[in-house]
Design a protein around this ligand. Structure first.
Ligand SMILES: Nc1ncnc2c1ncn2[C@@H]1O[C@H](COP(=O)(O)OP(=O)(O)O)[C@@H](O)[C@H]1O
Ligand SMILES: CC(C)(COP(=O)(O)O)[C@@H](O)C(=O)NCCC(=O)O
Ligand SMILES: [Mn+2]
Length: 905
């Protein structure tokens, strides 16, 4: 129950007890629901931030809590006017083999009272109220599946999470009218008919049936338009994400391989025709496979296939032609002439065949057959793109390679097979979309952020235990099943079997040692819907923009960075645990975090594209998310505080020194100062080692003394000329670390800009990441600095940063300052890097009048955005605190500096 505050009226204990009885009265306390993945209903410390890109958890806001109605009543409802409940919405696709659930848990902006935010909104003219301006409220989409034969598990799951209580009617989605008893859940698939009574009986809900084909198409269209890394090709073990141009999506062929197979020609939203299908599908593989091998589960059957050799059971061309090719018609000896054909000519019984070989033979037979029929239908309608969905595919490399091979072979490379990460959830998503007025179909790519919490436990390729209920259960599970340590499991390449099903090509090769457990193999995370995110308006070409500089699809690169991050882990855990008081609970969470992050690393090492296209920025963000998942709100809190104080103490001297210089000298010293102070980076192992060797100020001085021009990248002179010639109107300063970096580096630079008449917007993280300064922390730092500097004070007042000081002004007027303003905006993220396709609305608004961007630090200027082009001038400043990066990016060495100036493009 961490995070529950005592309420002056009711007291915590009362609240909890009442809460348990209160059950379902909507705007009222509903049962705390899970936040992430398959678990986590726990409450967490409030991070004080409204940007829910992160795994940061909600906390019950008990202020003004009151009993609603008659307080004499047993189990009266408690109204929490200031608590925004997680309200869930659920849709189902009940198929012949599997039940797919898509459900939504809602999250609402709850820090509207933040003074800084209010002020920024006023200054930047941002209209208030997410609620009115966005059609959908923030929240999370979760994806879960069950075997249809275990429908009771599914009902228990729904009931335990009370998902059925959210889906009352479509209006409740927005208007929060109280739940009534006529709960209706959108459902598709045959089971929506077959199990309607069971749902009524067990959960008291009616299933509102939606057409299966409608749903498949709606789900596929949504995914293809809204998820950046949804579709990919898979050829010879290589997965490659395909950027789909929304304006060039239709027509395509959708092949859904469930129990049976549907082939649908899709011409637009809601415009489609089911053109074909086949009864030889996923149910055939699983059904026949079960009979022939006695396997107990689909995964077991699939796993067997990975060790199979189908030559023992399939009749090959060579078997018929005495080992020769039938080259005249392009068939090699290794081509499968007849699946299972060998079984007719031998005096063998079923027991004489290896189950592994049977499974592989069956898998290839069915995959090739579907690939071929799909190709024929694509040909029939002149379609070039075929998207394959359905759970038969199950993210299985070999299956995808086989289908791709067939399509490629038969179409002679004309048609392309593509797969979807949310493969089996198309129907359920479509059913979900059919709720009216949720606005989901209006969501854009930049408003969706996918996260991969440790919600679905796996180890050694198997799921262990039921879905996790809360943080404590999650930690226990991590302790039990996920090994500690940072060893990275290397991928185990599979011996490719030596035949193809078609013309004389060699094997479709594919990776895959042990089959990944369901949850991990699906590669589906939790989709965070954040309607407030926007594309940074100053990107020169948002469509071409790629945030990551380092592409981890290069295996050497991947291995290097994995080793670096694993190496950091022990120190990070120490810091994180200390930041939470070093209690036993914190130690347990720290341990669980280390296990979880190591498991992610190991997983990605095996399959780098498992979570979508992987760049270094994604890994660094994953680490921060993982910390938040285990409720480490700010691991570097005390380090940041200490460094801020030490730096603020020497700021007056620095400012005096600067003021005694000529203009040109001062500008150079300022840029030097930013670069020198960027050494304070607790994410770099080299720097952390350095910190043992001196005090903050000693290190800062040493760093400044070592500054020598020309820097490895040195555009200072061009920048200086531009700056002295013609001051910019508004500069956005993307700041980096706390302490010297912000106080002795970026603030003095901001001061110079202000003095020259340039408005300054400090852009800082919404959530903590390493020792980066956050937007919440900045006003206090600025206020402290302003005590020593009139320029900063007046600008901060003008920007509304010194709210209290303003109130104390003589005439009480807000606009009494003659200075251009200094403002602070949050960037919308909680990572050491920044993806400018997804920034806060504050930042987007501030960008509108900006003509200079300063990106500072390795994370924001090098790991990301080094190659980004902007509509306005940009200055990229960083000290490179990693030898390999220095060599690769700037052909230099560790501690070299980058001062890259690029005029508007
Ligand atoms: N854990 C699993 N249990 C059963 N079948 C599975 C599993 N994972 C993948 N499959 C495959 O997925 C098929 C079902 O796919 P799905 O898209 O859910 O179709 P349906 O809606 O017909 O159930 C099964 O027939 C089987 O081939
Ligand atoms: C996480 C960071 C990008 C932060 O750097 P910053 O943006 O603060 O300059 C950086 O610390 C980093 O790349 N660290 C890993 C590399 C290393 O330990 O050498
Ligand atoms: Mn940083």
């Amino acid at each position: 129950m961490a995070g529950l505050k005592d309420d002056p009226v009711l007291g915590t204990k009362d609240i909890i007890e009442k809460r348990e009885g209160a059950e379902t009265k909507d705007a009222v306390i509903s049962k705390q629901r899970e936040e992430e993945g398959q678990g986590d209903g726990e409450m967490a410390p409030h991070t004080g931030n409204s940007i829910h890109r992160s795994g940061s958890r909600p906390q019950l806001d008990l202020s003004k809590a009151a009993i609603q109605g008659n307080s004499e009543e047993r189990d009266p409802t408690i109204l929490l006017p200031n608590q925004s409940d997680d309200i869930s919405h659920l849709a189902l696709d009940i198929g012949g083999s599997l039940i797919k659930l898509v459900y939504f848990s809602r999250h609402e902006d709850r820090s509207i009272n933040d003074k800084r935010k209010k002020m920024v909104k006023e200054r930047l003219g941002i209209s208030n109220g997410n609620r009115r301006s966005y059609p959908i409220l923030g929240g999370r989409l979760h994806f879960v599946k069950f075997e249809t034969r275990k429908i009771n598990d599914c009902l228990d799951f729904i009931s335990s999470k009370q998902l059925h209580l959210g889906g009352v009617d479509s209006h409740r989605w927005l208007s929060e009218t109280p739940a009534n008893c006529n709960a209706v859940i959108k459902a598709t698939g045959g089971g929506a008919y077959k199990f309607a009574d069971l749902f009524k009986e067990r959960l008291g809900v009616s299933l509102d049936k939606e057409d299966e084909m409608d749903c498949l198409v709606a789900g596929a269209n949504f995914l293809l338009k809204a998820i950046r890394h949804e579709a990919f090709t898979h050829m010879e073990g290589q997965k490659e994400f395909v950027q789909i141009d929304q304006n060039d999506l239709f027509p395509y062929l959708l092949v859904n391989i469930g129990s049976g197979v549907s082939m649908i020609k899709v011409d637009g939203d809601g415009k489609f025709e089911r053109v074909s299908g086949t009864n030889v599908g996923g149910g055939t593989y699983w059904g026949l496979g079960r009979l022939l091998t006695k396997c107990k589960s689909f995964d077991e059957l699939l796993e067997l296939s990975q060790r199979g050799d189908n030559r023992t059971i399939d009749m090959l061309v060579g078997d018929i032609y005495g080992g020769m090719d039938y080259s005249k018609i392009g068939l090699s000896a290794s081509t499968i002439a007849s699946s299972f054909g060998k079984a007719i000519s031998e005096k063998k019984e079923l027991e004489d065949y290896r189950p592994e070989d049977i499974s592989l033979s069956l898998l290839r037979m069915i995959s090739y057959n579907i690939g071929q029929i799909a190709y024929l239908n694509a040909l029939r309608f002149g379609l070039k793109r075929i998207f394959f969905g359905g759970f038969f595919i199950r993210g299985h490399a070999y299956t995808m390679d086989t289908i791709s091979f067939a399509v490629h072979f038969w179409s002679k490379g004309e048609a392309q097979a593509m797969f979807l990460r949310h493969e089996g959830f198309l129907g359920a998503l479509g059913a979900f979309m059919s709720y009216e007025k949720h606005g989901l179909d209006d969501l854009m790519v930049h408003q969706l952020v996918e996260r991969f919490p440790m919600g679905a436990p796996y180890t050694g390729g198997k799921i262990h235990g039921p879905p996790l209920g809360d943080l404590n259960e999650k930690i226990s599970w991590m302790e039990k099943f996920v090994l500690k340590g940072t060893e990275i499991t290397a991928p185990v390449p599979m011996d490719p079997p030596g035949t193809t099903g078609l013309g004389g090509f060699e094997v479709p090769s594919s990776k895959g040692g042990t089959l990944r457990s369901d949850a991990s193999a699906l590669n589906v995370g939790v989709l965070h819907l954040v309607p407030t995110l926007e594309v940074f308006p100053l990107l020169a070409d948002p469509k071409m923009y790629e945030p990551n500089t380092i592409d981890l699809s290069d295996h050497n690169e991947l291995e290097y960075w994995f080793t670096v991050l694993s190496g950091h882990l022990p120190d990070l855990v120490d810091k994180a645990v200390a930041s939470e008081g070093g209690t036993d609970d914190a130690k347990r969470r720290g341990d669980a975090f280390a296990r979880a992050f190591s498991a992610h690393l190991a997983r990605l090492m095996e399959e780098p594209a498992a979570y979508g296209k992987l760049g270094l920025a994604n890994l660094l963000e994953l680490r921060e998310e993982c910390l938040r998942e285990f409720h480490f709100v700010d691991a570097y809190r005390s380090i940041k505080q200490r460094e801020n104080e030490a730096s603020l103490a020497v700021l007056p001297d620095l400012l005096m020194e600067l003021d005694s210089m000529t203009e040109e000298m001062r500008l150079l010293t300022l840029i030097e100062g930013v670069l020198a102070a960027n050494i304070f980076d607790w994410g770099s192992s080299a720097c952390v080692d350095l910190y043992h060797k001196g005090t903050i100020i000693e290190i800062y001085r040493m760093s400044r003394n070592k500054m020598q021009r020309p820097w490895q990248v040195d555009d200072f002179d061009v920048f200086k000329e531009r700056m002295l010639d013609n001051p910019h109107k508004r500069a956005l300063l993307f700041v980096d670390n706390s302490g010297a970096d912000i106080v002795l580096g970026m603030l003095p630079l901001a001061r110079e800009l202000l003095r020259r008449g340039t408005e300054v917007v400090l852009v800082a993280n919404s959530l903590p990441a390493l020792n980066d300064v956050t937007a919440m922390e900045l006003p206090d730092i600025v206020a402290e600095a302003a005590k020593h500097c009139d320029v900063l004070r007046r600008a901060a007042e003008a920007g509304g940063l010194l709210v209290d000081a303003m109130i104390n002004t003589l005439d009480g007027s807000k606009e009494n300052s003659s200075s251009v303003p200094l403002m602070v905006v949050e960037n919308g993220c909680g990572s050491p890097c920044i993806d400018l396709r997804q920034v806060s609305s504050e930042l987007a608004a501030a960008a509108k009048d900006a003509d200079l961007i300063v990106l500072e630090g390795m994370g924001r200027a090098l790991h990301t955005n080094f190659n980004a082009r902007f509509k306005c001038d940009v200055l990229k400043l960083a000290m490179v605190k990693n030898q390999r990066l220095a060599e690769k990016l700037i052909k230099g060495n560790i501690y070299d500096c980058v001062c890259r100036y690029e005029p508007a493009s």
